[in-house]
Design a protein around this ligand. Structure first.
Ligand SMILES: Nc1ncnc2c1ncn2[C@@H]1O[C@H](COP(=O)(O)OP(=O)(O)O)[C@@H](O)[C@H]1O
Ligand SMILES: [Mg+2]
Length: 286
């Protein structure tokens, strides 16, 4: 091959690689708190980046109670407030191996503070940076708060996490009901965490799915069952994802299965996209 042809091929490759990505936005939500959202978000994002070689931005969206940084041993000071004061997103993003982390909303102490934020600036800054990623994973606050719903329905997929506890199941169902009834949102995937075995998890998820089908003719997908594992608690203590510290732990393998399926699904180029939908919700122009 002559040198000109080689140069041309290089140029085409470069163009292809620098082409703007359309990041897939994934929201991790739950009705009840303490069901394992943050552990799932952290390990799922870590696995997508380290095992599947995806470019992933993990965004802590838990207002007031954000603790992604705790699980990854990162500094709590580099957060959204820094961004508000004019810092570049790139300077606020922290890294855990190949995973990028932005303590987005965790520096915001209350939802009132969130309402008062200059949402335009924040969204515009985040919108630009998210083009560099394959996945943006948002660890949301617990509950059926309006802001959680806005984040979820703007996302391409929302994982709703429950545990076998009856209160967690009821709250997960209530969240799905709000997402569907208020916003007609259907991109929901269910996860049962802290299960004794697969049967326990799948029977819970089947029950939720059947209730959704019976009461509002809508069928959420079942994404997987995550086992209860002592190693999750140990890793939290050492501030390292269990997927990094215990790559063959059953919890790690179960999250890997969920991540693997996610990488196999293609996002539809829907009009709007995450940031535009969010801007509409916050009634932001531009
Ligand atoms: N699969 C699991 N096995 C054992 N403990 C878990 C598991 N998932 C989460 N935990 C523990 O449950 C607690 C809450 O988890 P966390 O991810 O912070 O929940 P959330 O973000 O929903 O509030 C933590 O102490 C965590 O170590
Ligand atoms: Mg959490």
């Amino acid at each position: 091959m002559n040198i000109q042809a080689e140069k041309l091929i290089e140029l085409v490759k470069e163009r292809h690689n620098s082409r703007k990505r359309r990041a897939k936005f994934i929201c991790v939500a739950s009705g009840k708190g303490g069901v394992g959202k943050t552990n799932f978000s952290v390990n799922f994002s870590y696995i997508l980046s380290s095992v599947f070689g995806k470019k992933v931005l993990l965004l802590d969206g838990d207002v007031g109670l954000g603790n992604v940084h705790v699980l990854l041993g990162l500094s709590p000071d580099r957060n959204l407030k820094m961004l508000m004061k004019g810092a570049a997103v790139e300077d606020v993003i922290q890294h855990f191996e190949k995973l990028d982390v932005l303590l987005g909303f965790s520096g915001i102490d209350t939802f009132q503070e969130l309402e008062e934020l200059d949402v335009v600036t924040v969204i515009n800054k985040l919108e630009k940076v998210s083009d560099n990623y394959d996945f943006v994973v948002l660890d949301a606050s617990a509950g059926i708060n309006e802001n959680v719903l806005k984040f979820a329905v703007s996302s391409d997929t929302t994982y709703v996490i429950t545990t076998p506890e009856p209160t967690a199941i009821t709250d997960a169902y209530a969240l799905i009901k709000s997402l569907h009834k208020l916003y007609n949102y259907e991109h929901i995937k269910l996860i049962a965490n802290m299960c004794r075995n697969k049967n326990e998890g799948f029977s819970i998820l089947d029950r939720i799915k059947k209730s959704c089908e019976n009461f509002f003719s809508f069928s959420p997908k079942i994404a997987g069952v995550l086992p209860e594992s002592q190693n999750v608690k140990i890793s939290v203590k050492y501030r390292e994802p269990v997927a990094a510290a215990f790559p063959s732990d059953p919890y790690t393998l179960a999250v890997k299965e969920v991540a693997s399926r996610e990488t196999g699904e293609i996002v539809k180029e829907e009009a709007g996209g995450f940031w535009n939908k969010l801007k509409n919700f916050f009634k932001v122009k531009g």
